[in-house]
Design a binder for this molecule. Structure first.
Ligand code: SF4
Length: 525
C-alpha cells in the first residue's frame, strides 16, 4: 500500500558479479548470440530482501527515496523490482517514479557498442521492458514521472514521452524537491517537462542523506567540476563538497550491509575542496583527509574514486603516492579510476577540453596523459580511459594523433589501463551539435582509434582479468573465458567491417607487453 513506487531498470540493479568495469556490458547489443551469452553470464540478478525489494539501488534513486520518506513517511514509499513491479503497485499508488541512466540507448557507450544506435543495447531493451510493466494495467490511474542522468535522451526523442506514457520528465538536480515534484505530478498539475538549474540546485546541507545501501557501495563526496570540457554536463553544475561527517553517515549504510570497498562518487576527485582555481592544483590536505577519513570508518577495507582528471597526477605525484599508502594499494590491490583522455590532438584539446590539462597548456595534453599513466600505474592505480570519436572539428589528422597516443601509452613499462572508445554525443555546451554517425562519419583514422582501443582492452582481458576478478576459481574461469570470447568476437567483427570499408589497420609497434614475452595474439587483419 504505497502512494509512491520507485523503480529502475535491471541493468542498474545488477552488480555484474563484481567484475571490474563490467558495468559497461549493460550497453552490449541484444542482437547477437555472443553478446546475449556474455550478458546472461555476467548480469547476476539483484539481491532481494524478504519483501522482494532490491537491497541495493542506484545512489541517485536513494536520494529521491530519502526526500520522500523524510516528508511523507516510510509506509508511503516502496522500491520495486522491475521484473514484477505490478506486485508493488496498489489501488493507492499515485505516482511511479523512474530512475534512468541510458533509457533510449543514446549514451556514448551504447552508441559506440551499437553501431551508432542501429542495434539495441541492453540498457534500452530493459528500460522498455520496465515500461511495459509500468503500463501493464489498462486505464491505469497512477501517474509516471521520469528522472535521473538519462532524462536528456527525451530531448532528442520527444515523441517517446507520450508513446511510453510518461507524464512528466524531470531534468537537473532536485533531490531536495522530490516530494514537491511527486505531489505536483500526483495532482496532475505538473508540466510535461520540468527543468531545474543551478539557481535551485541544493546546497550540501539541503541534500537528504541516503536511507539504505547503494549499488557498488557508491557514496557521493562532491558535485561539479569546473575544468570546462565542452561536451560535459557536469561542468555546467556549480561545485559543492560534502563534509566528512555527512559522507561517514552515508558510508555506514553500505558497511552495515556488508560492503567493505567504498566507491567515492566524484566528478573529479582531485578537485575535492579545491582552493586554487587558477592552477587547479589539488588541495592535497583535503583530498588525503577525505581518503583517510573513509578508510578509518568501521568496516571499510578499501575505497576508490569514480572519476578524476590525470593532470593532477602530474602536478602532484606525491599525492597519488600518499593516497596509495592510505588505501594500502599494492600489486594485489589496485585503485580503479575513470578518466577522460578524449583525444590525442593538441588542437582539439585547446578547442574542446579547455582546462582539462591545467595548470599545463592544452597543447601539452598528450604528454600529460602519458606521464600521468606512468605515475598512476607505478602507484597501483588502474585508469579506465574514455576516448571520444568524432568531437566537433576532429580531422583525420587529429584521430591519427589519438592512435599515436595509444601507441605511446602502450610503451610504458608494466602499463595497465583500459581505453573505451565512445562516439560523440552532443550534450554540455555542445547540445544541438550533430550526434556522431558511425556509418557516415567514420574514416580510416577514426576506425584505427576504435580498433586500437579495443585491441588494448583485449590485451588487458588476456593478461589481467583473471588476476583482478575476485570470485571463486570456477566462476572466475567462466568469466575470463567469456571475456576472451566476447572480446575476440568484437575484434573479428571490427576487422570484417574494416575489410568491407577498405580501411587499413595501422599495426602498432610491438607493445612493451609483447616484448616482455607475454602471449598476446590477435587475428590478422
Ligand atoms: S574534467 Fe571530466 S567532469 Fe570535468 S568538465 Fe571535463 S569531462 Fe566533465
Amino acid at each position: 500500500m504505497s502512494r509512491y513506487v520507485l523503480v529502475t531498470d535491471y541493468t542498474l540493479l545488477t552488480n555484474f558479479r563484481g567484475v571490474p568495469l563490467a558495468t559497461f556490458f549493460s550497453c552490449l547489443p541484444t542482437d547477437y548470440a555472443v553478446s546475449r551469452l556474455v550478458f546472461r553470464i555476467l548480469a547476476a540478478p539483484p539481491e532481494l530482501d524478504a519483501r522482494g525489494q532490491p537491497v541495493r539501488i542506484p545512489y541517485g534513486l536513494r536520494k529521491i527515496e530519502s526526500d520522500l520518506v523524510n516528508r511523507v513517511g516510510r509506509d508511503d514509499v516502496v522500491i520495486a523490482d522491475p521484473r514484477n513491479m505490478q506486485r508493488f503497485i496498489t489501488e493507492d499508488t499515485e505516482v511511479v517514479g523512474l530512475h534512468t541512466m541510458d533509457p533510449l540507448g543514446l549514451g556514448p557507450v551504447s552508441m559506440s557498442f551499437t553501431m551508432g544506435g542501429t542495434l539495441t543495447p541492453y540498457t534500452k531493451a530493459m528500460f522498455l521492458e520496465m515500461m511495459a510493466q509500468v503500463n501493464h494495467r489498462p486505464g491505469r490511474k497512477y501517474k509516471v514521472v521520469l528522472g535521473g542522468p538519462g532524462a536528456w535522451h527525451f530531448d532528442y526523442r520527444p515523441e517517446m514521452q507520450q508513446s511510453l506514457g510518461i507524464d512528466t520528465i524531470v531534468h537537473g538536480e532536485c533531490d531536495h524537491l522530490a516530494t514537491d515534484i511527486f505531489e505536483q505530478v500526483a495532482r496532475g498539475d505538473a508540466p510535461p517537462v520540468m527543468r531545474f538549474t543551478n539557481a535551485t540546485a541544493p546546497t550540501p546541507e539541503q541534500v537528504p542523506k541516503i536511507l539504505g545501501p547503494t549499488m557498488n557501495a557508491m557514496n557521493e563526496v562532491m558535485r561539479g567540476c569546473g575544468r570546462g570540457c565542452a561536451f560535459c554536463e557536469v561542468t555546467l553544475r556549480k561545485s559543492r563538497y560534502f563534509p566528512l561527517d555527512y559522507i561517514g553517515d552515508e558510508i555506514a549504510w553500505n558497511t552495515r550491509y556488508g560492503s567493505d570497498s567504498i566507491q567515492l562518487h566524484s566528478d573529479d576527485i582531485f578537485l575535492y575542496k579545491l582552493e586554487n582555481w587558477r592552477t587547479m592544483e589539488p588541495n592535497e590536505d583535503a583530498v588525503k583527509e577525505l581518503f583517510q577519513y573513509v578508510m578509518d570508518r568501521p568496516g571499510v577495507r578499501h575505497c576508490y574514486p569514480t572519476h578524476g582528471t590525470v593532470s593532477a597526477a602530474v602536478t602532484n605525484p606525491g599525492l597519488i603516492e600518499d593516497l596509495s599508502t592510505i588505501v594500502r594499494a599494492g600489486p594485489d590491490k589496485w585503485v580503479g579510476i575513470q578518466s577522460g583522455i578524449e583525444t590525442g590532438s593538441p588542437k582539439l584539446s585547446r578547442e574542446v577540453l579547455h582546462r582539462k590539462a591545467a595548470p599545463f597548456s592544452p597543447e601539452e595534453w598528450p604528454d600529460i596523459v602519458v606521464q600521468a599513466t606512468e605515475i598512476l600505474n607505478r602507484n597501483y592505480w588502474y585508469p579506465a580511459y574514455t576516448i571520444i570519436l568524432g568531437l566537433p572539428g576532429e580531422t583525420s589528422e587529429d584521430a591519427w594523433m589519438t592512435v599515436d597516443l595509444i601507441d605511446r601509452m602502450e610503451q610504458i613499462p608494466n602499463n595497465h589501463f583500459i581505453t573505451a572508445p565512445l562516439t560523440f554525443v552532443p550534450i554540455g555546451i555542445l547540445r544541438g551539435e550533430e550526434f556522431y554517425n558511425l556509418d557516415t562519419m567514420i574514416d580510416e583514422a577514426r576506425f584505427n582509434v576504435a580498433y586500437r582501443a579495443w585491441r588494448h582492452i583485449l590485451m588487458e582481458v588476456d593478461t589481467n582479468l583473471s588476476r583482478m576478478t575476485k570470485l571463486p576459481p570456477p566462476v572466475r574461469a567462466v568469466i575470463v573465458a567469456t571475456g576472451r570470447l566476447g572480446g575476440r568476437y568484437i575484434q573479428k567483427f571490427m576487422l570484417k567491417y574494416a575489410r568491407q570499408r577498405g580501411f587499413r589497420i595501422r599495426e602498432p609497434a610491438k607493445t612493451r607487453r609483447q616484448a616482455e614475452g607475454h602471449v598476446v595474439s590477435f587475428p590478422a587483419a
